[in-house]
Design a protein around this ligand. Sequence first.
Ligand SMILES: [Zn+2]
Ligand SMILES: [Zn+2]
Length: 143
Amino acid sequence: MNINKNGEVRECKRCGKMFFYAGTGKCICSSCKAEDESEFNIVKEYIYDNFSATILEVSRETGVRVARIKSYLKDGRLIIPDGSSIFLNCEVCGTNIKFGRLCRECAGSLSNEMKREMNINEFQIGEKPNNSNLGKMRFLDDK
Ligand SMILES: [Zn+2]
Ligand SMILES: [Zn+2]
């Protein structure tokens, strides 16, 4: 692999514009990064002010795409507050988690090789929500 310590010109993953990438963090240009930050803050505030909102409602009210909200959660940037109607499932056992892609139990039972294959980072290992709040959770695939 070609490692360039001084950064390089790359294509922004979000808008496709060429920009100078310093080699760390997400490969997005500075204007997309600023947009991402402000969207992130809007979503975060909305979720903490509106516990009962589902992810679809959050998306509708904030104008931020569901996929993007989920990526905030999966990357551990955003943590679902206790009592929220938003849910995430562990990719292995399907249990509810507050952020990330795997619950601690599954992360603990997977070999490092498996985690590498699934592209799991330490920050993507999430906590389970408080059990007392489980009854309030609604599921997207509820009929
Ligand atoms: Zn961009
Ligand atoms: Zn699990």
